[in-house]
Design a binder for this molecule. Structure first.
Ligand code: 5GP
Ligand code: ZN
Length: 111
């Protein structure tokens, strides 16, 4: 198994999970881009949002992201990002949502 997030999901690589249920788990990003930077990740290997067809899983990913934002007290605002495929700069080819917050974030602009 070479996929890093599959290995973390399987417990092959130890990690501190902020959330775990039967469908998804959440960990802090190893290279945080904001004071709060959490990844919400499906346990099954799905390459990106492009390949996601399971609506129950989609709903779970987003609701867990929102719950974690509340848990992290991001009432002043936060951002949900899903880098999808090459033009978005997706580095890890296993679907994940970024929860970012804890400071005023820059304008979201392409390019
Ligand atoms: P992408 O560019 O694919 O949307 O983001 C991948 C993210 O995964 C990056 O922010 C990167 O820092 C994070 N990441 C990559 N490898 C690991 C890891 O082994 N552990 C954790 N916690 N984050 C990782
Ligand atoms: Zn994977």
């Amino acid at each position: 198994m070479s996929c890093i997030f599959c290995r973390i999901a399987a417990g092959e690589i130890p990690s501190q999970k902020l959330h775990e249920d039967e469908l998804v788990f959440a960990i802090r990003d190893i290279r945080p881009q904001a004071p709060v930077h959490i990844l919400v990740i499906p346990k099954v290997h799905i390459a990106s949002l492009w390949e996601l067809e399971d609506e129950a899983l989609a709903g779970r990913l987003v609701s867990v992201a929102a719950r974690l934002a509340r848990q992290e007290k991001l009432e002043q605002g936060w951002r949900l990002i899903a880098n999808t495929r090459e033009h978005a700069g997706q580095e890890v080819p296993h679907l994940h949502l970024h929860v970012l917050g804890g400071k005023k974030l820059g304008r979201m602009l392409p390019g």
